[in-house]
Design a protein around this ligand. Structure first.
Ligand SMILES: NC(=O)c1ccc[n+]([C@@H]2O[C@H](COP(=O)([O-])OP(=O)(O)OC[C@H]3O[C@@H](n4cnc5c(N)ncnc54)[C@H](OP(=O)(O)O)[C@@H]3O)[C@@H](O)[C@H]2O)c1
Length: 258
């Protein structure tokens, strides 16, 4: 598939310093996009080979001042954005709601939901300067079906789905038809790498097996499979698609398998 629409276009990838986000950044580099990568840790060795090819900005999206300062800087330096991907997200240790640690709950909601909503606000303002643009939020299969022991994470991702749809209908067309931003979400199932890195998977074989068994395909997905869906939703190939939550989950959301 050709993605000619990305050449020299400004795209921000929030949470592009690791895992699926970093894989997407590599794909966007091949497509010659002008990429602005946000994350807390922009100085890790894995980023050295792409340091000169993208713009890295350190930003903790649980801190609203850091978000505003970062997007002010993007506005001053790049003037506008064409695309955005909101990929930053964290999980919490498994726990029943009866034993919920409220501080951990707040942290997850601050990053996954409030931080993403704040970034989305600033992205819409910058993309609105153009005739059209697109944004993809990274949700999760856990936001479509309840997963026990993961209340904060599941709730944060379910809220991202609704945030995506509210934003999509608000931005589908402006009042005089001058611009339109398509806003969609991808809801991955268990994906190899990132949160599911080799070390985490080996630490808990039972949990790993459970993650496999909840997919119809009985395998992990790859960052490449997620990136392909994100690129499709950003590109003009999906020009009539907005407000969609697209599962990329090996059939997890289609039914019950165990
Ligand atoms: N892996 C899976 O199986 C899976 C399944 C469904 C959904 N997802 C979702 O997909 C996304 C990426 O997951 P992943 O597995 O690739 O995770 P990952 O490797 O842990 O990457 C998470 C990214 O988010 C950034 N991030 C985390 N907290 C941040 C904060 N406070 N401010 C700014 N950036 C922050 C991290 O950068 P820094 O550490 O540099 O801040 C990193 O770039 C997440 O939203 C996750 O919920 C993952």
């Amino acid at each position: 598939m050709e993605y000619i629409d990305f050449e020299d276009k400004n795209i921000v990838v929030v949470g592009g310093t690791n895992g699926m986000g970093l894989h997407l950044v590599h794909k966007l580099l091949e497509l010659k996009a002008n990429i602005i990568v946000l994350g807390r840790n922009i100085n890790k060795p894995e980023l050295n080979d792409i340091k000169g090819k993208c713009h890295f900005l350190a930003c903790d999206i649980s801190n609203s001042k850091e978000i505003d300062d970062t997007f002010d800087h993007i506005h001053d330096k790049f003037k506008t954005l064409h695309f955005a991907v909101n990929n930053a997200g964290v999980t919490a240790p498994y726990s029943n709601i009866s034993e919920l640690d409220i501080d951990k709950w707040k942290k997850i909601i601050d990053i996954n939901l409030t931080g993403t909503a704040h970034c989305l606000k600033r992205e819409i303002q910058l993309i609105s300067q153009n005739k059209s643009g697109a944004i993809v939020n990274i949700s999760s299969c856990a936001g479509l079906q309840a997963l026990r022991m993961q209340a904060a994470y599941s709730v944060s991702k379910a809220a991202i789905n609704m945030l995506t749809q509210v934003a999509a209908i608000e931005c589908a067309v402006d009042h005089d038809g001058a611009h339109s931003i398509r806003i969609n979400a991808v809801a991955p199932g268990p994906i190899l790498g990132g949160m599911n890195n080799e070390e985490n998977l080996q630490k808990n074989p039972e949990k790993t097996q459970r993650k496999l068994s909840i997919t119809a395909m009985k395998r992990f997905g790859t960052a490449e499979e997620v990136a392909n869906s994100v690129l499709w939703l950003l590109s003009q190939k999906s020009s009539y698609t907005t407000g969609v939550i697209l599962p990329v989950d090996g059939g997890f959301n289609s039914g019950k398998f165990n």
